[in-house]
Write a protein that binds this ligand. Sequence first.
Ligand SMILES: [Fe+2]
Ligand SMILES: [Fe+2]
Length: 188
Amino acid sequence: MRTDFTVNRDALEARLGKKRAEHVMGAAKTAAELARRYGVDADKAERAALLHDWFRGASLSELDALIDVYGLDHSLKGDANLSHGPVAAAFMERELGVTDAELLDAVRYHTTGRAGMSELEKILYAADAAEPSRDYDGVSELRETAEKDLNAACRAALENTLRRLSEKGRTPDPASLRALEWFNGLNN
Ligand SMILES: [Fe+2]
Ligand SMILES: [Fe+2]
């Protein structure tokens, strides 16, 4: 892995602006806490969180160009919300030399979730939704749930997302629907 690439608050603010940098720093802290709570590698969780939104502020044309450069699925084109995770994962793998598949998957699927998420994927998904700078209806309940039951927290975060999408009249990604179905089928 490249060692000359440092992601800290300054680098995040320069790239993403103050508000998004605050979100990412919060997600990294929450991800590390949840990882320790659930026996997952906290360093890995923090690294995944620090880079998960590295392309959140990129223009659609930049993201679409990187989809070509990295040979990603063309169906991601035209939707920054869907493509910023897969592009970040490809960037980490190709440009930073990250080889840990679990870490890359956590970043890749952080927007939609998916059926069969690993513990690390769940941790980033929950941390992204519950970090301290998030402010929306239900976020305090989500924070409490995340401390007790990681699957229930992911389920609640997915439900929140799907509700917000439906309120805006937007179609959810099929991966999110399959993820919710999968969480609903778990025995806890
Ligand atoms: Fe994101
Ligand atoms: Fe995020």
